[in-house]
Design a protein around this ligand. Structure first.
Ligand code: 5GP
Length: 233
């Protein structure tokens, strides 16, 4: 069976990856890889749904054991993709979605060919840095000096990521301006990637087959047409 494809969705924090992911998964079948993080949960976030929330020592221990496909530090917290579930689902022929930041995406980009994993890298960008700032402010609801500093750090990181995007070698860039349009672009990308020749092995095999039943009918049809040939009736 053909391996599934690893779809790596990357983009600045606040660009709307979470919402895009939810809408996308209503449209196409994907296994979403739940990341592990040392960041404390935001209100409404659930352990085992949004993230696996763990303490620093658990995270570092797992990293040392090679349990992550990739991992990175982002604004003072650790984030990582647990390796086993991703590999299991890909081996079962399912497509897997990762939602990670750029450093992690670079690691996956470097290792995917070595592991023989077909991987597709999608960069989600905001229409502008100011719009991203607006989204980060709105998301934080009650603001204080500490939160403002964090927003500034996230914005600085986003700017760096966007200006160096071409170096990473993304396969696609999607602007998240109008949500529905961005979702549509993602659906198109995934559907197109599913038509790659290595995903179409079954169809290719079938396309080169002949059916005994249809062949017999066609032979009969040919005989009739030859007998009829030139009579004009
Ligand atoms: P947040 O704290 O806003 O949930 O996430 C911060 C950043 O970390 C986001 O860009 C998010 O995509 C990224 N992130 C989430 N999980 C992972 C992961 O497993 N690995 C890496 N490298 N980044 C992640």
């Amino acid at each position: 069976m053909a391996k599934g494809t690893l779809f790596v969705m990357t983009g600045a924090s606040g660009v709307g990856k979470g919402t895009l992911r939810e809408r996308l998964m209503e449209r196409v079948k994907l296994y979403y890889s739940i990341s592990m993080t040392t960041r404390p949960p935001r209100s409404g976030e659930r352990h085992g749904v949004d993230y696996w929330f763990v303490d620093r020592s658990t995270f570092l221990d797992m990293r040392a054991k090679g349990a992550f496909l990739e991992s990175a530090e982002y604004v003072g917290n650790h984030y990582g993709t647990p390796r086993a579930p991703v590999e299991r689902h890909l081996a079962q022929g399912e497509d897997v979605l990762l939602e990670i930041e750029v450093e992690g995406a670079k690691q996956v980009k470097a290792m995917a060919p070595k592991l023989g994993i077909p991987a597709v890298f999608i960069f989600i960008i905001p229409p502008s840095l100011s719009e991203l700032r607006r989204r980060l402010i709105v998301r934080s609801k009650a603001l204080n000096e500490e939160k403002l500093r964090e927003i500034e750090r996230r914005l600085a990181r986003a700017e760096r990521e966007i200006t160096t995007a071409l170096e990473v070698g993304f396969d696609y860039v999607v602007v998240n301006d109008v949500l529905e349009e961005a979702v549509e672009r993602l659906v198109e990308i995934i559907r197109a990637e599913r038509l790659r020749p290595w995903r179409m092995e079954n169809a290719l095999e079938k396309a080169a087959e002949r059916s005994a039943e249809l062949e017999a009918e066609l032979a009969e049809m040919e005989r009739w047409m030859i007998q009829d040939g030139g009579s004009g009736h």
